[in-house]
Design a protein around this ligand. Structure first.
Ligand code: ADP
Length: 367
């Protein structure tokens, strides 16, 4: 059973460890229990000249302790969805339940309280330019009335967690993008959130800095059990740290599951496009039957395909070949367009199966 543990200053002194470490390490996640439930959420924006259905009947559960990626093309509805999670954006229909709290049934005051448990970081960092790093981190603590000395002590602990102790007196303009995001993360953790929402948090960073920030987020998730929801348009971000992923396409939840499931067997057109980063202009052959072959070990397709073509004496069209590292395991996929002749098709499939490859028919979007 999961319990929140808030420890008084007195007990912290007795056991002689820092408040931040104690509160955050006690928060052990129980995986698979939903911490966020999105139920039938739709959001329509009405402006003077048009109406946009940004979200259409989204149903999704996010488990406690997960790192959950929400991915989609620009304009798909990701930011709107993430803003409904703390009711910064109120759904037109449906609701969001955080733990056992149905946000649609709460007063504004109660929603503000729930929001203190849901922190957020952004692409643009949103730091206060006139305040030092330390004072930026103290800011949310000041708002809830934490005494100055205690807030500073806590801010220093947080700076240690994000590896920026040396920068406490710097101003945001004196920091790199990665350092600014570390400060934003420290500030987000100040009130011991249960959930951290990251809206394109690494999109303004170079690939090396992105990796370092993602590593930090993973450490925070593992060490303190904070559930992390990552909104991104970058598949590599999901691949790097997420355990689960949802794909949003034109306001609709196209697909969701573990990253491994969705990456190795994408079902929806949107997922296929994102996973393989291809467009619709794939090559054409007369045959319309496509198959997907999959492996999950360190082997190579190439000799198998070459031998199959030789044995069956017919060409195939390789529509896609892709290898990805998912959770340390190499997953390879290839999509083949087979010749028109059904007897040759069956012979090829039989050959591939004999080579112990997983084969399934594929409804590939060739048009
Ligand atoms: P994403 O984050 O995936 O890029 P958004 O959630 O920002 O997508 O936007 C989804 C759709 O909703 C877009 O068509 C966008 O123009 C529209 N939209 C978002 N916010 C508003 C708003 N405040 N008013 C009107 N339309 C909006």
């Amino acid at each position: 059973m999961y319990h929140d543990i808030y420890i008084s200053e007195k007990s912290v002194k007795i056991i002689g460890i820092s408040a931040t470490e104690q509160i955050m390490t006690e928060r052990k996640p129980l995986m698979n229990e939903a911490i966020i439930r999105i139920e039938n959420v739709s959001k329509t924006f009405t402006t003077t000249d048009n109406t946009v259905e940004a979200l259409k009947n989204i149903n999704l559960e996010i488990g406690r302790g997960e790192i959950f990626g929400i991915i989609g093309m620009s304009g798909a509805g990701k930011s709107t969805l993430v803003r409904t999670l703390n009711f910064l954006e109120k759904p037109t229909e449906g609701t969001v339940i955080i733990e056992d709290k149905d946000l649609s049934k709460l007063s504004e005051k109660e929603i503000r309280k729930v929001r203190t448990e849901i922190a957020m970081i952004f692409q643009s960092f949103n730091l206060l330019a006139q305040r030092t790093v330390l004072d930026n981190i103290c800011f949310p603590l000041e708002i809830i009335g934490t005494p100055k000395a205690k807030a500073r002590e806590r801010a220093r602990e947080l700076l240690q967690i994000v590896g920026l102790e040396a920068k406490e007196n710097s101003y945001p303009s004196q920091l790199s993008g990665g350092q600014k995001q570390r400060v934003a993360i420290a500030r987000a953790l100040a009130n011991n959130p249960k959930i951290l929402l990251c809206d394109e948090a690494t999109s303004a960073l170079d690939p090396t800095t992105t990796k370092a920030i993602l590593k930090l987020l993973k450490e925070i998730n593992e060490k303190y059990g904070i559930t992390i929801v990552i909104i991104t348009h970058e598949m590599t971000v999901v691949q790097e740290i997420c355990s689960h992923v949802a794909i949003i396409d034109e306001g609709v939840l196209a697909e969701h599951g573990t990253v491994e499931e969705v990456f190795s067997h994408p079902k929806s057109k949107a997922a296929k496009k994102l996973v393989f980063m291809v467009n619709h202009s794939t090559p054409r052959m007369d045959g319309r039957r496509c198959i997907r072959i999959t492996f999950s070990e360190n082997s190579s397709f190439e000799p198998v395909i070459a031998n199959m073509v030789l044995e069956c004496n017919a060409p195939v069209n390789i529509l896609l070949a892709d290898t990805q590292d998912i959770g340390g395991i190499a997953h390879g996929q290839m999509i083949l367009q087979l010749p028109e002749d059904t007897a040759t098709q069956e012979k090829m499939i039989e050959y591939l199966k004999r080579c112990n490859l997983e084969v399934e028919d594929e409804d590939w979007p060739c048009d």
